[in-house]
Design a protein around this ligand. Sequence first.
Ligand code: C5P
Length: 237
Amino acid sequence: MNTKIIVALDVPTLEEAIALVEKLDEVSFWKVGLELFVSTGPKILEELKSRSKRIFLDLKFHDIPNTIAGACRVAALFGVDLLTIHAVSGRDTLKAATEAIQAGSASSGIKPPKLIAVSLLTSISSRQLAIDLKIPIELPEYVLEMALMAQEMGLDGAVCSPQEVAQLRDSCGSDFLLVCPGVRPTWAAIGDQKRVFTPAQALKAGADYLVIGRPITASADPQLAWKKVCDEIAAVV
Ligand code: C5P
């Protein structure tokens, strides 16, 4: 069983999600994102927990400190393993989020989720960062600055593209969790992702977890695609 791969459960309904989880029985770590959570609410988390699955609740919070603190306090009660917030929410919000998670879990006794900062969406290219978002520094430097700010504010890790993972590992140390979407086996379509590595390359570069969605879930044969990814990384883990 491969514990380094988190499969993105990007489907619109509870029924489709459960069908996929049952079909891919060997997957132990699932990512619940916005589409599914907006559709099902916490029900999908209960379903996954009842099957002893680990959960990455990828809601990518981005709001003012008070609102985020409330959302994190409630999210800490779900008993999920990973939770995301945009680093660009800023220092005050990141700090409020870490404090709220600790407070939520201290009052409930439920193990707190690891709070992970989204450094920059992997669908954003250098050109879009400069031209659309008007950010006047190079993309790798921006990603590093976001990760360092998150670390300083007490977060447990960052989401980054595999292309930035080696630099973040060097600068943030071995305890900082690095979670990489934007992973594409050579046989899969790139789609809207821009900064991609293969699964083996991403792990070799220092990623703790790989998030893989469509190459597995949208494949004509998801079980075969999962097996191919596991075989590919078996040599490096
Ligand atoms: O299908 P694909 O492999 O591109 O799925 C990647 C998943 O990772 C999606 O659910 C997407 O929301 C998520 N993600 C991302 N980039 C980030 C953070 C999360 O692609 N920076």
